[in-house]
Design a protein around this ligand. Structure first.
Ligand code: KG4
Ligand code: ZN
Length: 349
């Protein structure tokens, strides 16, 4: 039997296997991560090798440097993931990998590594969408969580509301018409002179804010489930530039806090309005924002809110291993050795 025939057969067998151990790989941006996840919920290991300190020097991720560092790190990360889990390569049932969305060169490192592993171990290769992975993070943090629910997807690349009808049935009900919220946090941080990644630094500085600043801004899409962040970003950047040009003093903490309130308000109001099952699930890096978490936890709309633990909000391979298990159950994602990377994905696919 050749590899394709064997992997199809094993993929079918995994649907009914009692314990499915997936080795998952994530390399879409600046974290090289490999995890071992059992039955979609039980994380045996999750190694995340972050390149933040390298990219900080440039104020953001440099794609070529990210790819080179993934190549340098990935074998060590694999070794550590196996040791941490107390498993051998022969214990693995399938290899799952993020194939998009993300930086193409960075993704290709993970995809090619995954292909080599799957082929040499003669086991199925599962191609996973990064955005679905962020949703999967919640199945790790909340063992009782099951679809259907509404998902607020807030990452560096995406800002969306998704109707998650089943584990692998996604329907986009709202999306940003311009920038993602993560991009907006990172840009505002940059103009305030805070280091990359900006989101966590804005979050921290905002706690010291005392006065509300009224930026020249009104949320433009009040009656829609779509989001907009470019107007807010421009208003804050203009405020800071104006103050600097006039040589006037201003409080960076007040800017961070006032900006964060408006950004969180845009997310909160749309999420509550668009939540149709009384269960709201948060996914993606901005889901680590303390003010967003506080607002959602204290919502008065009688909506149960699930958020991943902080370590599973930002990019990691465990979330890819989690959703890959449900891909297999749904007969989705089996890839062959022609699999390649893609910079964008459609959330519904
Ligand atoms: O999901 P993620 O790790 O990567 C993508 O898939 O894009 O999200 C990264 C984004 C960055 O924009 C980062 O600044 C933001 O998440 N972020 C935060 C916080 N932690 C990470 N934004 C606001 N507050 C935070 N605490
Ligand atoms: Zn991500």
């Amino acid at each position: 039997m050749n590899y394709d025939e064997l992997s199809k057969l094993k993929f079918e067998q995994l649907k009914t296997k009692k314990n499915v151990l997936i080795l998952s790989i994530e390399s879409s941006c600046d974290e090289t991560s490999i995890a071992l996840v059992e039955n979609g919920r039980n994380v045996l290991s999750n190694i995340v090798s972050s390149q933040i300190d390298i990219h900080k020097l440039y104020g953001g991720v440099v794609p070529e440097i990210a790819s080179r560092n993934h190549i340098q790190n990935i074998s060590t990360v694999l070794n550590d993931a196996l040791i941490d889990a107390g498993k051998n390569l022969s214990d693995i049932d399938a290899v799952a990998v993020t194939f998009g969305a993300g930086l193409i060169g960075a993704l290709l490192v993970g995809v090619n590594f995954a292909k080599t592993l799957a082929y040499s171990l003669k086991i199925p290769l599962i191609a996973v969408s990064h955005v679905h992975g962020h949703i999967g993070a919640n199945y790790i943090s909340h063992k009782d969580l099951k679809p259907p629910f509404t998902c607020l997807m807030v990452s560096g690349g995406h800002t969306a509301l998704v109707d998650v009808q089943d584990y692998c049935k996604f329907n986009l009900i709202g999306t940003t018409v311009d920038d993602s919220v993560g991009e907006c946090f990172d840009k505002v941080a940059r103009v305030l002179g805070l280091s990359y990644p900006g989101g966590p630094n804005i979050d921290k500085l905002a706690k010291q804010g005392k006065n509300v600043i009224k930026f020249n801004y009104h949320s433009p899409l009040k009656n829609s489930l779509n989001f907009s962040f470019s107007g807010l970003k421009t208003a804050v950047v203009n405020y800071v530039h104006n103050k600097e040009q006039k040589g006037e003093n201003f409080s960076k903490a007040d800017v961070a806090c006032s900006f964060q309130e408006l950004a969180v308000d845009e997310l909160f109001s749309k999420a509550i309005k668009g939540c149709k099952y009384k269960t709201l699930v948060v996914a993606g890096g901005v889901g680590a924002n303390s003010r967003l978490r506080e607002r959602l936890s204290n919502n008065q709309a009688d909506i149960n809110v699930y958020m991943p633990e902080l370590k599973y909000c930002t990019d990691n391979a465990a979330m890819i291993g989690s959703i890959a298990y449900y891909y297999i159950q749904a007969g989705k994602g089996l890839a062959d050795l022609t699999l390649t990377a893609t910079p964008t994905v459609n959330i519904n696919d």
